[in-house]
Design a protein. Structure first.
Length: 265
């Protein structure tokens, strides 16, 4: 079944595209994509989620087909956008899922909006981004239109050979929609932020998923993240790289659904 993209206005008139599937009365799960991705990053997982999960996947500000203002890319604002999305779709609370830097936003969301956070699922999500990524200088040198060869190299660096080439092409198309000012501002917002787990307590049940071939996040980083969240469970996918849900979408969907369906009522 092909998902139909919708749009919704959130705080300050920001327009965010999103898709939704599953039983409207089911357990709500909001999935947050990574830096320069869009809701389409989760398409492979959505295909395997049971109907009992009410999955909603917004595209964050500046990304994909969302509005692209010149401001508002601090980590706290990205988390506030997610809260505004929940209010706009009339959710009292949800399980918040985040992949890679989307998991960084999810952690900030859980700290700032505990009343809206039923649980967390962090997929290849950093504990801290204080160590500036090697790509920082290259991103800050970008100009419009952003070179597709640069985008392709960036996207391919996060994925293993097991990811279908046509899906990588589709994700390159999505990343090419991101203008240079958003590449820069969003990366600055991530790297200048205080690590969420150092800025407040995360008290909700949390599933942490990490691939042991992740070239960006070490096992020690993930173990420290787990140690900072008292009600967390750490699951390692052997032989899997950074973007876990691209490489093993069916397994991620099963683990996500099992975790959600076993949450205390």
């Amino acid at each position: 079944m092909r998902l139909e993209q919708q749009s919704i206005l959130v705080a300050d008139g920001l327009r965010l595209p999103y898709v939704a599937q599953g039983d409207p009365a089911g357990i709500p799960v909001v999935l947050l994509h990574a830096y320069v991705d869009s809701w389409r990053s989760f398409e492979p997982v959505l295909a395997h989620l049971p109907h009992s999960i009410r999955a909603l996947v917004p595209t964050q500000r500046g990304h994909g087909d969302a509005d692209k203002p010149t401001f508002g890319y601090a980590l706290e604002q990205m988390a506030a956008d997610a809260a505004a999305f929940l209010h706009a779709v009339e959710l009292d609370a949800a399980v918040i899922v985040g992949s890679s830097s989307g998991g960084y936003v999810a952690q900030r969301f859980a700290v700032d909006f505990p009343q809206l956070t039923r649980a967390l699922v962090l997929i290849g999500s950093p504990r801290s981004l204080r160590d500036k990524p090697a790509i920082l200088d290259a991103v800050f040198a970008l100009e419009d239109p952003v070179d597709r060869a640069f985008v392709r190299e960036f996207v391919a660096a996060t994925a293993s050979r097991s990811v279908p080439p046509q899906f990588l092409d589709a994700m390159c198309d999505e990343s090419c929609k991101v203008p240079a000012h958003v590449w820069k501002a969003a990366l600055r917002g991530l790297t200048e932020a205080m690590p969420p787990s150092e800025g407040g307590a995360i008290g909700v049940p949390t599933l942490i998923v990490w691939g042991d071939q992740d070239q960006f996040l070490s096992r020690g980083d993930q173990e420290r993240l787990a140690a900072s969240i008292p009600r967390s469970r750490f699951v390692v996918y052997e032989g899997v790289g950074h973007i876990v849900h691209w490489e093993q979408p069916e397994r991620v969907a099963v683990d996500l659904a099992t975790f959600v369906e076993n949450l205390p009522s």
